[in-house]
Every structure is written in C-alpha cells, then in structure tokens.
Design a protein around this ligand. Structure first.
Ligand SMILES: *Cc1c(COP(=O)(O)O)cnc(C)c1O
Length: 329
C-alpha cells in the first residue's frame, strides 16, 4: 500500500539536512560519518517524534478528535512535540508525565507549559500507563480524545520513519553517496520499526543498528521482540509481501550505563566531542548515549575504514536545560 494512502498532516520541515561530520571523522581516524539532522525538524525545537506525529495527528483529525492524550517521562521530547502539534492543529493536549510537579519547570516540561498542555502527574509511571484512564475521563466530559501511544510507537506513528527512509534514500541518490549502516537511539521501538521496514521498501542494503537506551525492566519482554512484532505488523500494513526476520532487528544493549536518563562519562564525552569538533548539540538522554556508542564501536574496530556510517540525530536538545544536563557543566 502506498504511504500516501494514510492520513497525514505536515508538522515539520522536510527533508531534514544530511551533513558530513568532516572534522570529527578525521579526528577519530575512523569511518566517514554522515548525520541526518532530525533535531532540525522545526517542531518546537524538533526531534524524531515530529515524523510520527504527522501520521498520528493526521489520523486524529481524520477521526474528528478534538484533543490528544499521550504520556512519558517528565522530560519527554515526545510529549513536548505532541503539545506543539496539538497547538498547530487547534487541539487540546493532555500529558501524563512520570514523577511529581517540580518546584521549577525546566527543559521539555517548561516548553509543555508554554505550549499550553495540561499535565497529569503520575508518580512512578513514566511510560504513559495512565493514557487510557485520562482519555476515559475526558470522554465522560464530552470530549473526543485521540490516544497517542507512549513514544508515538505504533503502526501509525512508525509510518513516519518509513517515509524518512525513502527521504534519505532520495537524498543519497541525489548526492551519489552510499551508507553501509544507520546508527540511532532506540527506546520505544517506532523509529526502529520504521527504519527496518523503510529499508526494505527503499530496496537499500544498509544495516539498521539501534542503540538501546533503556535497561529492560522487570515484567517487560525483550525489547527486540517488541521491535520485531511492530516491524512485522507495519510490513503487513504496507503490503511488503514478506515477514520481517529476526536477523533484521539489530539492537546493541551494552551502552545502557546507569539506566534511563542517568548521564555518565560515556554520554558527557560524546556530547563534548561533537559540540567541540562540529558545533552540533546532542542530548544527554538519547543521542549522547547513542553517538557515544557509535564512537565506541568505531574505536573497537567494528566498522571498516572505508565504510560510511550514518548517525540519525533524533533530537532531544531541550533536555540539556533540564536537571540531566547539569552533569555537563
Ligand atoms: C523518543 C526519542 C528517541 C527514541 O525513539 P523511539 O522511536 O522511541 O525508539 C531517540 N532520541 C530522542 C531524542 C527521542 O526523543
């Protein structure tokens, strides 16, 4: 099925830039590194959720909904972009956030408030567990809520990264470049599934290597299984004509450090190196960890010298101005 058959509403500026990290590639003596700048999608400081929200909000509008409900961590980039998307389309936005109201709103949380979202604090639940409960309450009050899943990661949101794969393929065709591997931060699975299915649809042979950001939590199945199941449902929805094989899902689990949102030397080193060699900002939770992983893999000889590796910058820079960013001072 054609991607254009799914409702979509434009929320960002695409294609995002594709740039060569010349100084960094040279300094590290490793492979050639390209960066896909989804930190520049333009939706209230940008990020990878913009692409997913184009399809999710497109569906919400097609269904005649009048508000969006989603959830995540207090510093969720996904929630901040959802709040901005809601504002752009004249919808109300309810965010179910982990933790409790801090004394000072910083980073993404500050932006959520500026964007007019209503916050529902949820203590230990940071993965949007109460989204349907809040939506049910809104329905009782006569509203028509649209439920955006945690991270925007379902078969609708992931369409955004199928489209992104085709966008990249076209950019590379124009510049005559080739990439052998895409490296990115993987956390709720939608980006990963979209890139896996998008690769197949684009007829490309680059490897898709997700860097796991979260340590698996008790009671959750392996993250690989979730990505595989979502990829497979997405492939079926798009009529790919074959199932996705387990070998197509590559996740590196050795960089989760102290767990979600814990900023260590690994993240700090990567953020400083990229900032000081290229003037590009990473975030402390996702891209700092994933770019650090790319550097570590390059240092251990994982890539051949003549390879071109693409790092997908998924955004998240507002978190530099949150408590997690304080470690960088
Ligand atoms: C959400 C997010 C990711 C992970 O994307 P998923 O589709 O949830 O796996 C990576 N980087 C940033 C900055 C994010 O906000």
């Amino acid at each position: 099925m054609d991607l254009d058959a799914f409702p979509r509403t434009e929320l960002g500026f695409f294609p995002t830039p594709l740039c060569h990290l010349g100084r960094l590639s040279k300094a590290s003596g490793g492979p050639r590194i390209l960066m896909k700048r989804d930190d520049l999608t333009g939706l209230a400081t940008g990020g990878n959720k913009t692409r997913k929200l184009e399809y999710l909000v497109g569906e919400a509008l097609a269904q005649g909904c009048d508000c969006l409900v989603t959830g995540g961590a207090a510093q969720s980039n996904h929630c901040r972009q959802t709040a901005a998307a809601a504002a752009m389309r004249g919808l109300d936005c309810h965010l179910v956030l982990g933790g409790s109201e801090p004394e000072r709103a910083e980073g993404n949380l500050l932006l959520d408030l500026i964007l007019g979202a209503e916050i529902h604090w949820s203590g230990a639940l940071r993965k949007g567990e109460r989204i349907s409960e809040i939506a049910a309450g809104l329905e009782r009050r006569g509203k028509r809520p649209y439920l955006v899943p945690y991270g925007g990661s379902n078969e609708t949101g992931a369409l955004g990264f199928v489209r992104a794969s085709l966008e990249l393929s076209e950019q590379l065709r124009k510049t005559g470049e080739n990439v052998s591997r895409i490296v990115f931060a993987s956390s709720s699975g939608g980006t990963h599934a979209g890139l896996v299915v998008g690769r197949a649809l684009a007829g490309r042979d680059w490897k898709v290597t997700g860097i796991a950001i979260d340590k698996g939590e008790a009671g959750e199945g392996p993250f690989e299984d979730l990505v595989l199941e979502l990829s497979d449902r997405l492939a079926a929805r798009l009529g790919l004509g074959r199932p996705i094989a387990r070998e197509e899902i590559t996740l590196r689990n050795e960089f989760t450090g102290g767990g979600y949102g814990v900023v260590g030397e690994h993240e700090i080193g990567a953020i400083r190196l990229l900032a000081r060699s290229e003037g590009i900002l990473l975030d402390p939770v996702y891209t700092g960890r994933a770019f650090g992983a790319l550097l570590a893999l390059a240092a251990t000889g994982e890539f051949a010298k003549d390879e071109t590796i693409l790092f997908w910058h998924t955004g998240g820079t507002p978190a530099l101005f949150s408590p997690a960013g304080a470690a960088l001072a």
